[in-house]
Design a protein around this ligand. Structure first.
Ligand code: ADP
Ligand code: ASP
Ligand code: MG
Length: 417
């Protein structure tokens, strides 16, 4: 007997039939004697629809009202699943973020969880064996009493945070793939499922584009040492052996991984834009003049490449931002033109970032060099490169993304036999 969080994403609750399937998965764990808190996403496509409605009402909308609109998708699924569970004779009730409450910052549309009091949920496990069905993605900012949301994919973060708050033994993330793969299995059919991934690697995979887990959920899992297990909701609940280990991927601490590869996985993101500022004066304070205003505008800068100027007078600086912030970033730089003192600015949105990740890179040299060679043989041009201890990222033309990912996947021996 233990305590579990079970999280179901959008495709897993896409219609009433799938919600009934989810209910049977939950019943399976309840029948095995576990205390269960379920976290649900909106039905697939629902959040996109709600986001589009908010934009159609006004492109420059109030972020607090945006949250009031988009949080509603999860409200629906939490109620529907509670009904489906009750119809199977399982004691259950739905919880909205504000009811628990899941307290967050006031950064509307990308709020951070500040605290969750799990006492009431635990009390109900003990007194009534009641399953808690929690609406993911949403919370409340205590001081203003306003509903907040956690950013796209945020139900993963709700799930891990609830798991920490109720001291769950495990947080199962049920999704439409049966685990974390060496790269997106929809793009590379030869991708292999990983049995275990270290938190640090998963953090890099997620932040470089593998959307199977939201980055913050991995951060929270790491900080609170929550065992996160990614598995499929499409397996029939009746076919699961209650004593066996189901297919899936455990996200765990590095020490638990016995045999680590040099390269664990490859992530990619087409949500990138490149901005190059040319002929900037090469003097102290210029980087601050560029990145200060971008930070003030809450624009996340990722890759930064600056050349050493040959004559000590002017230099070029290239950086990347999320494609959604592209126009704002350009405007911000243009506004600061006098302060920065540059000649021209050019940019590109048809770029993609491909990242190669593995803790083994800490102790192996020359891993990136192999990639440069393999990509050059395919005539793929590299626009910018960044490296960190366990990853390197390459900026390339978006049209070559799939080819680059497949080439690197084979190069590092990740293809399924
Ligand atoms: P959910 O709706 O359940 O939250 P998501 O769509 O957010 O599911 O995440 C699951 C998807 O993540 C998969 O369908 C897959 O296409 C994608 N994905 C990207 N990279 C990976 C990876 N390395 N391993 C597994 N899935 C990945
Ligand atoms: N429904 C939200 C989204 O689509 C949150 C989630 O699914 O995790 O982003
Ligand atoms: Mg998701």
């Amino acid at each position: 007997m233990g305590r579990l969080v079970m999280k179901f994403g959008g495709t897993s609750v896409a219609n009433i039939e799938r919600i009934h399937n989810v209910a049977r998965h939950v019943k399976r764990e309840v029948d095995a004697g576990h205390d269960v808190a379920v976290v649900v996403s909106a039905m697939s496509g629902k959040t996109n629809e709600l986001v589009a409605w908010a934009s159609a009402a006004s492109p420059m909308h109030d972020a607090r009202e945006y949250d009031a609109v988009v949080a509603s998708g999860e409200q629906i699924t939490s109620g529907l699943l509670a009904i489906a569970l009750q119809s199977l004779g399982v004691q259950a009730r739905s919880w909205q973020g504000w009811q628990i409450p899941i307290q967050t910052s006031d950064a509307h549309a990308s709020a951070r969880i500040l605290g969750i009091d799990g006492a009431e949920l635990i009390k109900r496990f003990k007194e009534r064996k009641e399953v808690a069905v929690v609406a993911g993605f949403q919370g409340i900012h205590e001081a203003t009493g306003r509903i907040t949301t956690l950013g796209r994919g945020g139900s993963d973060t709700s799930a891990v945070a609830i798991a920490a708050a109720i001291h769950a033994d495990r947080c199962d993330i049920y999704t439409d793939v049966d685990g974390v793969y060496t790269t997106d299995p929809r793009v590379v059919p030869k991708a292999k499922r990983l049995d275990k991934v270290a938190f640090e690697e998963m953090l890099e995979l997620a932040s470089q584009g593998a959307k199977v887990l939201q980055v913050r959920s991995v951060e929270l899992g790491m900080v609170h040492n929550v065992r996160v297990f990614v598995r499929s909701s499409f397996e029939k609940p009746e076919d699961i052996d209650p004593h066996g280990t189901p297919p899936g991927t455990l996200i765990c601490s590095e020490e638990e991984i016995v045999e680590s590869q040099v390269v664990t996985g490859i992530a990619f993101s087409k949500d990138e834009a490149q901005i190059s500022v040319r002929h900037i004066e090469d003097k102290p304070g210029v980087a601050a003049a560029i990145f200060g205003p971008l930070a003030d505008a809450s624009i996340n800068v990722d890759m930064i490449v600056q050349n050493i100027s040959p004559d000590g007078k002017t230099t070029d600086l290239t950086f990347t931002v999320p494609a959604s912030d592209y126009n704002r970033a350009r405007d911000t730089i243009e506004k600061a033109r006098d302060k920065i003192g540059y000649k021209t600015m050019d940019s590109a949105t048809d770029v993609a970032k491909v990242s190669v990740i593995g803790i083994g890179m800490r102790s192996h040299a020359g891993v990136a060099a192999q990639a440069f060679k393999a990509l050059s043989e395919r005539n793929i041009n590299i626009r910018a490169i960044t490296t960190s201890e366990i990853k390197f990222s390459l900026l390339i033309d978006a049209a070559y993304t799939e080819l680059a990912v497949r080439t690197l996947h084979t190069l590092y021996g990740l293809d399924q036999a």
